[in-house]
Design a protein around this ligand. Structure first.
Ligand SMILES: Cc1ncc(COP(=O)(O)O)c(C=O)c1O
Length: 358
């Protein structure tokens, strides 16, 4: 892609890349040399700036820290070859971020600033995109209130940042899930379908309790009946029951995942039966017990397709996958990662290629 937006760019005097092991970067610990910063003052987003990644000056009165008027996104840059880096459906991240901003009263910025800002950052820091299979450069856009004032009201000032971080695989093995009869992630009318910072803060305590019992994540159920499945930590959830791919419908409490949308589109393209509908935990546990639950996997940018090892609910446990993904999960993983890295044909036009100077 070519970029039209004018950026004020200040480059680092020396790259930090030599201090980082791109083959084993962990997740979200290291940051590439540059970041994008756009300020919102006097009722308008100002000129975008690209500058060295580093600290930002503020005071403890920053209202984002108190009232969480803050939203973010997560997408990745994929190494194709030394002159090409791919993004995967970035316009969908922008659209979701714009919706999240609206829900949290954050002024929406132009799509060009988002798309061109990411492209400029990748051009500058393309050497930070790991080449190793499974490793990528994670891109984290963040928009947050920036008034320094202790008052629970809509802010006058905002900042939009984009930072990038080389990352490895999110889950190294299948995940163990447990439901919670006590805690919920989101309620209808709340902010569950926005990528709002507070959603994540609120889910830490139940997730910590699940971890203490040996599970990786909570499989969230609906807030009214504690019966219908919603999603998992940072993934949407899919089941294959009797040859049908089933995922909870977008009810307003679930994050509309871009991987989720891609899984559904691919399955339909392959003429697989797909159902987006309410699915109860009892239905899944029964399918696990009577042998019709063939696969279960989480789908999200960080983990791509993460197989579920077991699901625990109300004293019972159903085992699904031991080491590997099931046939459908594996085919989805191979296709999505193949398209992302430019290794297989992209019949849907899902990738945006950025040309970089090798
Ligand atoms: C709560 C939640 N659900 C689902 C997802 C998966 O969404 P995506 O496929 O767009 O990464 C994420 C990750 O962004 C998430 O945080």
């Amino acid at each position: 892609m070519t970029t039209d937006t004018a950026f004020n760019i200040t480059k680092v005097s020396e790259s930090r890349i030599k201090n980082v092991d791109l083959d084993n970067p962990g997740f979200g610990r290291e940051f590439a040399d540059h970041m994008l910063e756009v300020e919102y003052n006097d009722g308008a987003w100002q000129e975008p700036e690209i500058k060295p990644f580093g600290t930002i000056e503020t005071t403890p009165a920053l209202n984002t820290l108190h009232y969480a008027q803050s939203v973010f996104e997560g997408l990745k840059a994929y190494y194709v070859d030394e002159g090409t880096i791919n993004l995967f459906r970035p316009e969908k991240n922008y659209a979701r971020m714009a919706r999240s901003c609206e829900r949290m009263c954050i002024p929406v910025f132009e799509q060009e600033v988002f798309m061109d800002g990411i492209a400029e950052l990748i051009k500058l820091d393309h050497k930070w995109v790991p080449q190793k299979e499974g490793n990528t450069l994670y891109i984290r856009p963040l928009a947050c209130a920036f008034d320094q004032m202790i008052s629970a009201r809509v802010s006058d000032k905002y900042r939009f940042y984009v930072m990038t971080s080389p990352v490895g695989s999110y889950y190294q093995r299948p995940v163990k899930l447990t439901t919670s009869q006590k805690y919920v992630r989101a309620v209808k009318g709340g902010v569950g379908e926005a990528k709002a910072a507070g959603n994540y803060g609120g889910s830490l305590y139940p997730a910590q309790q699940a971890k203490a019992k040996g599970y990786d994540q909570v499989l969230w159920l609906d807030a009214f009946e504690h019966q219908y499945i919603e999603e998992v930590g940072t993934m949407n959830i899919f089941f294959v029951i009797d040859g049908v791919l089933i995922t909870p419908n977008l009810s307003g409490t679930i994050l509309p995942g871009i991987t989720r949308a891609s899984v559904i589109e691919l399955a339909k393209y392959w003429d697989m039966p797909v159902e987006e509908r309410r699915i109860s935990i009892d239905e899944v546990m029964e399918a696990g017990e009577n042998g019709t639950l063939q696969e279960a996997f989480g789908a999200g940018t960080a983990a791509v397709i993460a197989p579920v090892e077991e699901i625990h609910h109300d004293g019972s446990t159903v085992r699904v996958h031991d080491e590997e993904r099931g046939l459908i999960g594996q085919k989805l993983y191979d296709t999505i990662t193949g398209i992302q890295r430019g290794k297989i044909e992209d019949p849907f036009g899902w990738t945006t290629s950025i040309e970089v100077n090798s």
